[in-house]
Design a binder for this molecule. Structure first.
Ligand code: UGA
Length: 459
């Protein structure tokens, strides 16, 4: 065991999404970073400067920092932790069947690190863990010359490097003030807002942030339902609400709801944690229910639009990843939607610019096609699930010339409804009136009535 812990050397355990992006960003900022990764293929990819995950800009940064020697992927903890002042735990905390966070990988990584780290090192938990975990790890620790802190991450897939270079905030929690300060110095510049607190609060900042954003989305989705019932337009409602700086427009985009590796897992884990303390967190239960309802509402729009039966009908799905600019299929709304459509008897043909390889094993009944025009050919209806910019820019006269039916259901309110109705299509979206086919569909209105009236400037 080396005698000296040097904060210039950072060891990151886990070359998953968070670990790899953090490693690349810290190495880019000048630290000497070692990533401990058990998976040989992942290590080889990193060593070759190639990202094993799709994240804009990551390949370029990785190849530069690997070439300069500032980032190394290593196999064992002794290679990684030797001399490191800070060891960042970035392993997964997947949900158990009960919705709890499974901490076995975190515990294992901590125990391995404790066997190797130099006296004075800080172990920073970046994995998302339930309230009290960091304190319990410190309490159960076999060494009193190592400190523990909670170091939540707020990276968004698709813009993770930017988030790392210019963090909106750096939060570090722990019971050892000096250790907290050392970890807080890792990210951001002098102007970055830093919140230093106890470890339980830091754990709840992470869960609270994700759960709040997810609840905000579920709220606007419930409002979208009311807009459909009353004839209002959710986009105007969200714009108007978002103009209040206390509310803000972000995370008020109505549609198929939240997916991904974080929101679904973290909302459930927070709700479960609250339950252990005797609290029923009703707001979160409702947010989860509304979210799963959004998928069913979308499927129902396709079903109703096709006359009440999907048996033998072909539905083309645009977009599979849980959001644009990622190939991540974890908890992607597309998975639920496609399965529902197939269970109702539809043949689904689906496309995505980058997620097809990841989607293939998850959707064995679905025909996956790279080209969107080939995807829609012969389809009775088209459903948009992920708002990739290339789908917004499709040539709609060409699309509707290739399809058999004219129905387009936009699950993200991102398409140009006028371009679709102008090409002879029927445009159905979320929380807005149907365009293009008066009276034939629930919520349909004559094109004139559906015409958007821009909000009047007040002043
Ligand atoms: C989220 C948080 O935004 C990050 O701050 C956090 O670090 C990360 O989880 C994490 O815990 O690791 P991410 O999962 O990459 O990041 O995705 P978001 O951009 O937050 O989107 C989550 C989901 O909400 C997506 O399915 C997206 O389509 C959906 N969404 C987002 C909406 O349905 N409406 C909106 O207005 C915004």
């Amino acid at each position: 065991m080396p005698s000296h812990a040097d904060d210039h050397i950072v060891c990151i355990i886990g070359a998953g999404y968070v670990g790899l992006v953090t490693a690349a960003g810290l190495a880019e900022a000048g630290r000497e970073v070692r990533v401990v990764e058990v998976d040989a293929a992942r290590r080889a990819a990193v060593a070759a400067g190639i990202s094993p995950i799709f994240e804009p800009g990551l390949d370029e940064v990785l190849s530069a920092v690997v070439a300069s020697g500032r980032l190394r992927a290593v196999e064992t903890m002794s290679q990684g932790a030797a001399g490191a002042g800070i060891v960042i735990i970035a392993v997964g905390t997947p949900p158990t069947p009960d919705g709890e966070a499974d901490l076995s990988q975190v515990r294992q990584a901590v125990n391995q690190a404790l066997a190797e780290v130099a006296p004075g090192a800080v172990i920073a938990i970046k994995s998302t863990v339930p309230p009290g975990t960091t304190r319990a790890l410190a309490r159960d620790c076999s060494r009193d010359d190592v400190a523990f802190v909670m170091f939540p991450e707020f990276l968004r897939e698709g813009s993770a490097l930017e988030d790392l270079r210019h963090p909106s905030r750096v939060v570090v929690g722990g019971e050892d003030a000096a250790a907290v300060k050392r970890v807080a110095a890792l990210l951001g510049g002098p102007a970055t807002t830093r919140l230093l607190c106890d470890s339980v609060s830091a754990e709840l900042v992470k869960y609270g942030s994700n759960a709040f954003l997810a609840t905000k989305i579920s709220f606007i989705n419930e409002m979208a339902q009311l807009c459909e019932l009353t004839g209002a337009d959710i986009e105007h409602v969200a714009d108007g609400m978002g103009l209040d700086p206390r509310i803000g427009r972000s995370f008020l985009s109505a549609g198929l709801g939240w997916g991904g590796s974080c929101f679904p897992k973290d909302v459930r884990a927070l709700e479960t944690s609250a339950g252990y303390h005797g609290q029923s967190f009703w707001l979160l239960k409702a947010a989860i229910e509304v979210n799963s309802q959004q998928r069913r509402r979308f499927t129902a729009k396709l079903l109703q639009g096709l006359g009440g039966s999907l048996e033998g009908r072909t539905v083309a799905i645009l977009g599979l990843a849980f959001k644009p600019f990622t190939d991540d299929m974890r908890q992607a709304p597309a998975l639920e939607v496609v399965r529902q459509l197939e269970d109702l008897g539809a043949h689904v043909v689906a496309t995505d610019p980058v997620a097809l390889d990841r989607a293939r094993p998850l959707l064995p009944r679905t025909r996956l096609v790279a080209d969107p025009y080939a995807t829609v050919t012969g389809a009775d209806a088209v459903g948009l699930v992920t708002e990739w910019p290339e789908y917004r820019d499709l040539d709609w006269p060409r699309v509707l010339g290739l399809t058999r039916g004219k129905l387009v259901v936009d699950g993200r309110n991102c398409l140009d409804g006028r371009a679709i109705t102008g090409a002879g299509g029927v445009y159905v979206s979320m929380g807005r009136r149907t365009r293009g086919l008066p009276a034939a569909l629930p919520g349909a209105a004559p094109e004139s009535a559906a015409t958007s009236v821009p909000p009047l400037p007040l002043g």
